[in-house]
Write a protein that binds this ligand. Structure first.
Ligand code: SF4
Length: 402
């Protein structure tokens, strides 16, 4: 079998639409074109990231509308029908993301642009499933002839990085987005990848985020577009650009282990810009603004992976942003399976994640793998107050990230 080809193309700094369109075209050309995938008359679902506000391109949070526009134009010119469809994170109104971003003018100029939250849902079976026998998505997703993932390249507080695979959570119903965190995020997202099978990804790596992505990270301008038909290989290359080894990114490794693509650099052919010219170490989520408060203890048991580490760190930063750090003294947060001193009062312990053995979970247990940040915040606060929403609307039950 040949190598998986991934293209890397540089745009101008602070690129305009013309520069972005040229870069997207070149990235597609370098992977051998897409005439094998897209035929006249096909319905082609373009799936950008609309996770949440902020929407300014320079903030690096959502897929820049010009990237989506460039891909939509190319699909149209091939005689197919581009449908731009996505749903924002749970608790976030996709229409507000559209209204505050360049997607609004795409809609006004006649592009088919759909908030999946408003569309009919359907169960889609997962062949070779690990967590979900079937997933709840949307009729539009099931009926698309081709799905193109259009992610933003960022670090992520639960999965190290988010790119072509992770962003597919936007194709799920809100209920299933939440269930992913409860039942197992890594295998769950790979179940989703198996079910919807995107055939192509074009990555917006123009303005990215490092540190506490996917919403509150620090913007980084990289001026890159990547393309490839093997999503695992593309995400592996994006990881390498951000200086993550494949082994550091559990989602990519899980997808590779299930035969959905390759995460081995020696099996990937990089075309266009050489990796060495575009690499830049991205700040890890865990390294971004750790919160230290006297009287608050954090114990990571040996089995704790980055999912729970980053979740807890992100929960603490959420509390700082919400001015709720006063709830931390006297609390001990525990992940994994550590020994806990008998002198730590049981009522002060918050246990997090399914790796905490059942007998040690106690009353303040947050289930999930990894759990959602907001539930960790609420468990820390207990009945003393309510977790404040940092980017979503509605009650805690509707909080999620993708
Ligand atoms: S529950 Fe365990 S496996 Fe899951 S994210 Fe937490 S530490 Fe990792």
């Amino acid at each position: 079998m040949g190598k998986s080809r991934v293209s890397i193309v540089k745009t101008n700094p602070q690129p305009d639409f013309t520069s972005i369109r040229q870069a997207v075209e070149k990235a597609i050309h370098l992977i051998g074109g897409i005439a094998d995938l897209i035929k006249p008359g096909m319905k082609v679902l373009l799936n950008p990231s609309w996770v949440a506000l902020p929407t300014e391109p320079e903030k690096g949070c959502i897929t820049q509308a010009e990237v989506t526009r460039a891909v939509a134009n190319i699909v149209r010119e091939m005689g197919a029908r581009p449908i731009i469809a996505e749903s924002a994170a749970v608790g976030v109104d996709s229409e507000k993301v559209i209204a505050a971003s360049g997607y609004c003018s795409l809609r006004e100029s006649g592009y088919e642009l759909i908030d999946l939250k408003k569309t009919e849902k359907v169960m889609i079976p997962v062949p070779g499933w690990k967590v979900f026998k079937e997933i709840e998505s949307h009729v539009l997703v099931r009926e698309a002839d081709v799905i193109i993932s259009l992610p933003k390249m960022k670090t992520h507080d639960q999965t190290e990085i988010t790119c072509s695979i992770k962003k597919l959570k936007g194709l799920l119903s809100d209920q299933y987005k939440k269930m992913m965190h409860q039942e197992g995020l890594f295998e769950g997202v790979v179940d989703l990848l198996t079910a919807v099978k995107p055939q192509l990804t074009i990555v917006d790596a123009i303005y990215c985020q490092e540190g506490l992505g996917p919403v509150f990270g620090k913007p980084v301008e990289m001026d890159l577009i990547l393309a490839g038909k093997d999503l695992v290989a593309v995400d592996t290359v994006c990881g390498l650009i951000m200086d993550f080894s494949p082994e550091e990114v559990p989602l990519t490794m899980t997808a590779a282990a299930r035969g959905l693509g390759t995460a081995r650099p020696e099996e990937i052919e990089i075309v266009g810009e050489p990796l060495s010219k575009v690499c830049r170490r991205f700040l890890r989520s865990m390294e971004d603004n750790p919160v230290q408060v006297e009287g608050f203890n954090l114990i990571y048991g040996g089995v704790t992976c980055t999912g729970c580490r980053n979740t807890v760190m992100s929960a603490l930063v959420d509390m700082r942003n919400a001015e709720q750090l006063m709830y931390l003294p006297g609390v001990t947060v525990v992940t994994g399976d550590p020994e806990i001193s008998p002198f730590v009062p049981a009522e002060s312990i918050v246990t997090v994640g399914k790796c905490v053995p059942e007998g040690k979970r106690g009353r303040r247990y947050v289930k999930g793998c990894p759990p959602n940040n907001a539930y960790v915040v609420q468990a820390i606060i207990g009945d003393r107050g309510k977790a404040r929403r940092m980017y979503a609307e509605g009650d805690l039950e509707s909080t999620d990230k993708k």
